[in-house]
Unconditional design. Sequence first.
Length: 177
Amino acid sequence: MGSLFEELEAREAAARVRVEELEAEIASVSAKLELAREGLERLRIARETVAEVLAEMPGVTVDAGGPPTGERVASAYAGAERQVIGVLTVPNWQPGMGPDVLPAVYRHIVEVVADEPGPVRAKQIVPRIGLPAETGKIEGARSKLKRLVGRGWLDEDAPGRRADLGSARGPCRAGFR
């Protein structure tokens, strides 16, 4: 009968190891669950904060439990109209708008371009707005120039070359490669 007790002890030891493994797994899953709950709480707070901010904006209707309804509202951008869906840091150019509605770096780029008599390249703009002339900064400026062209702040007469915007917006020129 000694071998029967040895077999029971071996099974008990194996069961004890399995219980310890499961307890460790539960602790790991509990930690993951806590992190997920914290993330969920941050998202809930962010949604509520955005709803509060949008509710304070004139002309925006916010559903109490959800996002804004997406109705068209008058914008603070010189009477331009836009649909409230997300954040648009560089608004589409509208008559009567000045560079003062742009974020600082875009405003500086438009000012540099406006001060130049001819096309300006991205690598020429970067040091003028206070950034080092590194490849990453030049590519960032090129991206910003493309965004300004796409939103109507600058015109492009040929790929990589920005042309005069006309008398309505002033002598803004840009060019880049």
